[in-house]
Design a protein around this ligand. Structure first.
Ligand code: GSH
Length: 216
C-alpha cells in the first residue's frame, strides 16, 4: 500500500493528503513530528531535505508536493484532477506555480510579523495582488479548471486557507470567496483543514523553528 509521510499541520503535506482523498487512493499515513522526526537518519534517507510530504508507492519514493500530485494524477487518473482543454490546463499549471512562488513566500511574513509592522503591511499588499490575479483567472467558473476540481484548486486552496486564519478575509473577491467556501465543504477539506486552535499551535512551532535557525 502507498505510504504517506506527513504532518497534519504542514500545508504541503495537506496538498497531497487532499489529492489522495479526492482520488480515493488507499494509503498508510505515517506521522512525522516536525520537532525532530524529520532529522532522524532513517527519515533523512527517505528525504535528505527533511521535509514532509513524501510518498512511497510500489517501492518508488517521491518528494515535492506538486510533483507527487502529478504522479498520482498519472498513476491514478480517475477521477481526473486535470482538465483536457488547452487553456484550462494551462491555467491550472499557472495557478499552481503562482500559488507556490508568489503566494506562499508572502504568507510567511504574515505568520511571523506583527500586524502593524512594515513587513506585514508589505506582505499583505502582495498577497492582495495574488488574490486579485486568482479572482481574474477563476472568472465565474466553479474551479480553476472549469466545472471540476483540479490540482490548482488543491494547491491554491490549501495555500490560501491560512489567510482567513490570519484575519485576512476574501470578501473583496466574491468569486474567490465562493470558490473557497465550495472547497471547504468538500469532505477532503473537512477531514484535513486545521482548526483555528491547531493553526495557532502550528504558528508557534514555526516561530520557534525560525528563532532556532536564526541562532544557529
Ligand atoms: N517544496 C516542498 C516543501 C516541503 C516543506 O517545506 N515542508 C515543510 C512543512 S510545510 C517541512 O517539512 N518542514 C520541516 C523542516 O524543514 O525541517 C514541497 O512542496 O513538498
Amino acid at each position: 500500500m502507498l505510504k504517506f509521510y506527513y504532518n497534519p499541520r504542514s500545508p504541503m503535506a495537506r496538498r497531497v493528503w487532499r489529492g489522495l482523498l479526492e482520488k480515493d487512493i488507499e494509503f498508510e499515513p505515517i506521522l512525522i513530528k516536525l520537532n525532530g522526526d524529520q532529522f532522524q537518519p532513517e527519515y533523512l534517507e527517505i528525504n535528505p531535505f527533511h521535509h514532509v510530504p513524501v510518498i512511497i508507492d510500489d517501492g518508488f519514493r517521491m518528494i515535492e508536493s506538486i510533483a507527487i500530485l502529478e504522479y498520482l494524477e498519472t498513476k491514478y487518473p480517475t477521477p481526473t484532477l486535470l482538465p483536457k482543454e488547452i487553456q484550462a490546463l494551462a491555467t491550472v499549471r499557472m495557478v499552481q506555480m503562482v500559488s507556490t512562488n508568489e503566494l506562499v513566500p508572502k504568507v510567511l511574513p504574515l505568520i511571523f510579523e506583527n500586524q502593524d509592522s512594515p513587513k506585514f503591511i508589505e506582505a499583505k499588499q502582495k498577497v492582495d495582488k495574488v488574490l486579485e490575479f486568482f479572482a481574474d483567472n477563476l472568472k465565474d467558473n466553479s474551479y480553476f479548471g472549469g466545472d471540476n476540481l483540479s490540482l490548482a484548486d488543491i494547491v491554491a486552496g490549501t495555500d490560501i486557507s491560512f489567510l482567513p486564519k490570519l484575519g485576512i478575509d476574501l470578501s473583496n473577491y466574491p468569486n474567490l470567496e465562493n470558490w473557497f467556501e465550495r472547497l471547504m465543504q468538500r469532505p477532503s477539506w473537512q477531514k484535513t483543514e486545521l482548526s483555528q486552535e491547531e493553526f495557532q499551535k502550528f504558528r508557534r512551532i514555526l516561530i520557534k523553528m525560525r528563532q532556532r535557525q536564526e541562532k544557529s
